[in-house]
Write a protein of this length. Sequence first.
Length: 423
Amino acid sequence: MADITLKNITKQYGDGYRAVRDVNLDIADGEFVILVGPSGCGKSTLLRMIVGLEDITSGDMLIGGERVNEKAPRDRNLSMVFQNYALYPHLTVYENIAFPLRLAKFGDAEVDRRVHQASELLELDEHLQRKPANLSGGQRQRVAMGRAIVRQAQAFLFDEPLSNLDAKLRGQMRAEISRLQKRLGITTVYVTHDQIEAMTLGDRVAVLRKGELQQVATPRDLYTSPVNLFVAGFIGSPPMNFIPATVSDGELHTPFGEWRLPESRRPDLGGHDIVLLGARPESFEDSSVVPDTIREHGVVFDANVDVIEWLGNEQYAYVPYEAPEDIRAQLADLERELDSEAMRTQLVVSLDATSRIPEGTTAELWLDLRKIHVLDPATGRNLSVAAADAAGSDGAAGSEGAGATSDASAPEPSPAADENPSP
Ligand SMILES: Nc1ncnc2c1ncn2[C@@H]1O[C@H](COP(=O)(O)OP(=O)(O)OP(=O)(O)O)[C@@H](O)[C@H]1O
Ligand SMILES: [Mg+2]
């Protein structure tokens, strides 16, 4: 087992495309780190550079403190599990798992010992003499992991290992991988574009966008303190709402009326004239069910609810609204980049299951202003997180637990955002 350090890692492909740009990341020994981002953002490229399947254009790759840039994949002693598992169809499960040991010329007794150790751990004992074609997707996945385990590699690298499975099996395998990783305590880097996997599996999540690292943080910190518009929109489902507002005298003019931020949050606005207010769906509520004790922390406004989705334990209301043209264009760009449909100029708000707001009516909604993020539409920066950093300890940059050492390193969680519930 080993730690993995990426220093200023850049990848430029033969055709000149820079797929990975100056990425800095420290992965601790035994840590489970997720690389997440939209299609084409460079996740696989980054993973393949760690394993040695792709040349590194510039920067240093260290495994266990040793520079490995020029080392062949087999000399790095890492185990990669691919999306399609790459099992040998003509070999039994036993021989598939034993394969790397046979290659390395281990004796039969040692092969047998290690294969059985792995198969017991993975509950594959009764399948050892079967062929991969006759196994379920989840079992094949476990065989692939078995092959990775017997090598006693320094780290596991996964590239979207669950994307071929149906939703139910994905859920099971997710739990399985998580359990196994904890039991083995082996350094793991896991690539996915699925934000549920990202939020549930890892100790820390690294968010990539167009080859650049945006933020590295625990799932909780990513959710409560996203550093910019991209991370804020990417993490969370349904995604965060972005409401345009113009600022005068600390007063916010929004499509839903005049709002006033709590005193403690005013500094977030800085000197900005136009901001985006980021509000997660669960920061809203049907005003009629909000307890009096917390009502004063929010604002009540009228909203035209055109669609309600009732899910049993909760419900979502959709509220279309008019936004200024330039803001709308920017949100549409972000939406395209995030592959999401939910980011139109409409609010998606979560309502208590007991709420009885009918579709196609004007309803009174309540928004908890303590939980709002203030974002700069020009740069995308989350001004609330920046303000909390400035108010907190100096030298918050490069803060503890944040592996990224780039500009976008994970900030301290903001006090205001701390009040957000976890996902
Ligand atoms: N061999 C190559 N030559 C040139 N460009 C490449 C090559 N391989 C990948 N790219 C480009 O590099 C970028 C990153 O690709 P990569 O496969 O790392 O993305 P990804 O984040 O894994 O995406 P996905 O989620 O779709 O798997 C893409 O824009 C891709 O077109
Ligand atoms: Mg990929």
